[in-house]
Design a protein around this ligand. Structure first.
Ligand SMILES: Cc1cc2nc3c(=O)[nH]c(=O)nc-3n(C[C@H](O)[C@H](O)[C@H](O)COP(=O)(O)O)c2cc1C
Length: 180
């Protein structure tokens, strides 16, 4: 079986370390894992329960379609002011009211915290929201891999072998959870 893994970064910064971690995850993915990077965070409308009904706004539909087609999701997010970035929390809010088959409910999810400063507030909130959404948080795929900005090469990828092998382990744990 091939697992389709959706990679969602919480940063909109062009030289984002969190996005680099996810690009590198796609780069190291072994056969059997097909990765898709979600690239439309900035285009999502502000969450409004009044518009959380069919027909959905196109960007909300695109987000939900990408989640539906994924067997698992891997996140990497920065911490802003002790919490999740607003644009990313907005994305999570759009996942809550999704009652379609293959929504985030029960979907295996993990994260890579690449902050060298901890980012405990952001990841505590991420766990809270994903638990509220009843996602299947795969603890073995929720890891801290502290990384400095100079680990990112000119191609936007991380070459460090220790980081790359830690990412391979994360993917393997998500694959295990998606195939049980
Ligand atoms: C507005 C703002 C608030 C921030 N607040 C925090 C914070 O509370 N805690 C922290 O560790 N870093 C904080 N940072 C630093 C970012 O989390 C850090 O630079 C992160 O690596 C950026 O991720 P990125 O490279 O994926 O964009 C803040 C940065 C900005 C721009």
């Amino acid at each position: 079986m091939t697992m389709r893994l959706l990679l969602i970064s919480g940063s909109l910064r062009s030289s984002s370390g969190n996005s680099a971690v996810l690009r590198t995850s796609a780069d190291v993915a072994p056969s059997g894992i097909e990765c898709a990077i979600y690239a439309h965070l900035a285009a999502l409308p502000a969450f409004n329960p009044d518009t959380d009904e069919h027909p959905l706004e196109p960007e909300v539909k695109r987000l939900r379609d990408e989640i539906h087609s994924a067997d698992a999701i891997l996140f990497s997010v920065p911490e802003y002011a002790g919490a999740l970035p607003g644009a990313f929390k907005n994305l999570l809010d759009w996942t809550i009211g999704d009652e379609q088959a293959r929504s985030i409910l029960d979907k295996p999810v993990g994260w890579v915290n690449s902050s060298p400063r901890g980012a405990e507030g952001a990841y505590r909130e991420l766990r809270t929201v994903l638990s509220y959404a009843h996602a299947n948080i795969v603890d073995g795929a929720c890891v801290d891999i502290p990384m400095s900005a100079d680990a990112i090469g000119p191609d936007g990828l991380i070459e460090d072998g220790t980081i790359r092998s830690a990412l391979i382990d994360v993917l393997a744990r998500l694959l295990d959870a998606a195939t049980v």
